[in-house]
Write a protein that binds this ligand. Structure first.
Ligand SMILES: NC(=O)c1ccc[n+]([C@@H]2O[C@H](COP(=O)([O-])OP(=O)(O)OC[C@H]3O[C@@H](n4cnc5c(N)ncnc54)[C@H](OP(=O)(O)O)[C@@H]3O)[C@@H](O)[C@H]2O)c1
Length: 284
């Protein structure tokens, strides 16, 4: 009963995933409980990064599901051999070195990779069972979005396990791997594009005389409220947008001005550009 999850490279994203799994609310359904590890081994690079994870675990107190954590460095082989699931969380340039170092031990394990640009087929030279994830920085706060693609050899049970674990850091959406470059843009780069919009809204408020603090507060709440309204109403964005447009009113005037400056096509082309760059990175 229970399994060990090894996190190879437990930095910013690895720690976000570790803490989300560790802090998951108590699971009462015995079938779902089996999807959670009983033990997590976090493998890092040196004493300093080990201490960081140890401090994080101490701060979190006891895990509601009784998950225990050990943190090590320079013992990747030993950790992988003790686990059945391995989450790869190193920087892309280190992934090959780290995987080569554990190649014999990892060959039959489920690899969950969050490494940008590493394809399922590249990862399959180490194990046939691969789930590739693209997530984003809001995952650090439990509000991430994650797109997942699985290798054909990944079983239904493994897919369920990955969804349960990754759902802890945000919403996990399954898509074919051919959509990964688009997901890298929409999900991975998306927060930066949304922040540009928030920054612009805040500066617009300041330009019109609202102090910075209140302007940022208004912009943030408008973004949050609009997202919630979209989710809860289930309506198409353009329907909701037109509901705000009084004939001859302020909103339609603002929207037309934005269109004069190509805001919509600028956004679409920006997302496309990020996806094109992601595609090139994957080929390097
Ligand atoms: N950050 C994001 O917002 C984000 C978003 C989407 C996807 N990603 C992807 O997530 C991955 C991790 O990114 P990150 O920002 O979390 O990077 P990070 O903070 O640098 O974490 C990588 C971790 O790997 C450790 N490490 C280095 N060499 C190792 C080795 N030989 N064995 C075991 N561990 C080793 C590092 O330890 P040291 O610190 O001691 O070197 C560090 O703790 C990347 O591939 C990135 O593409 C990140």
């Amino acid at each position: 009963m229970g399994y060990t999850l090894t996190i190879l490279g437990c930095g910013v994203m690895g720690q976000a995933i570790l803490s989300a799994i560790y802090k998951a609310p108590k699971v009462t359904d015995s079938k779902i409980a089996l999807l959670y590890p009983t033990h997590i081994i976090a493998c890092n690079h040196d004493d300093a990064s080990v201490k960081q994870v140890e401090d994080l675990v101490k701060e979190m107190g006891e895990s509601p599901n009784g998950i225990t954590v050990s943190v090590t460095h320079s013992r990747n082989n030993e950790a992988v051999s003790q686990s059945s699931v391995v989450l790869l969380g190193t920087k892309p340039y280190l992934a090959e070195k780290v995987l080569d170092g554990v190649a014999p031990e990892i060959s039959n394990k489920l690899i969950i990779s969050i490494v940008a640009g590493w394809t399922i087929s590249q990862l399959q030279s180490y194990s046939k069972k691969v789930s590739r994830i693209m997530t984003n920085t809001p995952a650090r706060y439990g509000y991430g979005c994650a797109v997942v693609s699985h290798s054909t050899e990944t079983s239904t049970e493994d897919k369920t396990l990955v969804k349960e674990l990754i759902d802890r850091v945000g919403t996990c959406i399954e898509l074919p791997e051919r959509n990964m470059d688009a997901a890298t843009s929409l999900v991975g780069s998306g927060p930066a594009f949304v922040l540009l919009m928030l920054e612009s809204m805040t500066e617009a408020g300041i330009k019109m005389g609202i102090p910075f603090k209140e302007s940022l507060q208004c912009a943030t709440k408008v973004m949050e409220g609009t997202t919630k309204m979209l989710e809860l109403s289930g309506q198409h964005p353009s329907v909701l947008k037109h509901q705000v447009c009084t004939p001859g009113g302020t909103t339609i005037a603002g929207l037309c001005k934005m269109e004069d400056h190509g805001v919509k096509s600028g956004l679409i082309n920006g997302f496309q550009e990020a996806a094109d760059v992601a595609a090139k990175l994957g080929k390097k």
